[in-house]
Write a protein that binds this ligand. Structure first.
Ligand code: FES
Length: 184
C-alpha cells in the first residue's frame, strides 16, 4: 500500500524513489527528467503543484523543473486522454503526407490539435521528429510507435483503441517485435 506524505501530490514512495534517482547522477539537475517521468506516471500529467514538489525533493530551483516540463513534448502539464496521440509533423513525415494525416485525425476524433475527446479517450498533439524518419509518417500513442501511416491505417488503429477501451481485446502489430502494439 502506498504511503501518503503531508501533501496530496507526492507520496512517501515517490520521494524515496526520487532520492534513489538522485544517487545515480553527479548533479541533481540530471535527475529532473527521470523524476518528472516518475511523477507523470503517478499523476498522468504534471500540474504546477507536482513540479514544485519535484523541485523541492531534488532541491533544485523550481524554474529548472518548469523549463524541462514545458519544453519536452513527452511531458504533459495539462490532463490528457487515455490515449495521447502525438503525430510527427517534421520534415520527413511531412514529405510523406503527415500534413494530410493531421486533418484526418482531427475529423475522425472531432477535435482540433491540442484537444481531448469528450469521452476522455483521445488527446491529439503534434510533435517534432520522433526519431523514426525511415518509417515516416509516424505517430506515437502513449509509449507505442505507429509507423508507415496512411489514413486507412489510422482508422484501423483508432478502431482498435476504441475496441480496447470498451473491453474488446484484439492484437495489432507492435514495433518491438517488428509489429505495432496496443498501448497498455
Ligand atoms: S520527421 Fe517524423 S520521425 Fe523524423
Amino acid at each position: 500500500m502506498t504511503a501518503v506524505s503531508a501533501t496530496e501530490f507526492m507520496t512517501e514512495d515517490m520521494r524515496r524513489e526520487i532520492k534513489e534517482i538522485i544517487k545515480r547522477y553527479p548533479k541533481r539537475r540530471s535527475a529532473i527528467m527521470p523524476s518528472l517521468f516518475l511523477a507523470q506516471e503517478e499523476h498522468g500529467y504534471l500540474p504546477d503543484e507536482v513540479l514544485l514538489e519535484v523541485a523541492g525533493v531534488l532541491d533544485v530551483p523550481e524554474i529548472w523543473v518548469y523549463e524541462i516540463a514545458t519544453f519536452y513534448t513527452m511531458f504533459n502539464t495539462e490532463p490528457v486522454g487515455r490515449f495521447h496521440i502525438k503525430l510527427c509533423t517534421n520534415v520527413s513525415c511531412l514529405l510523406l503526407e503527415a500534413g494530410s494525416l493531421l486533418p484526418h485525425l482531427e475529423k475522425r476524433l472531432g477535435i482540433t490539435c491540442g484537444g481531448t475527446t469528450d469521452d476522455g479517450l483521445f488527446t491529439l498533439s503534434i510533435v517534432e521528429c520522433l526519431g523514426s524518419c525511415g518509417t515516416a509518417p509516424v505517430m506515437q500513442i502513449n509509449k507505442t510507435y505507429y509507423e508507415n501511416l496512411s489514413t486507412q491505417r489510422i482508422d484501423q488503429i483508432l478502431d482498435e483503441l476504441k475496441a480496447q477501451a470498451s473491453g474488446a481485446h484484439r492484437t495489432i502489430q507492435s514495433r518491438d517485435d517488428g509489429q505495432e502494439g496496443v498501448p497498455a
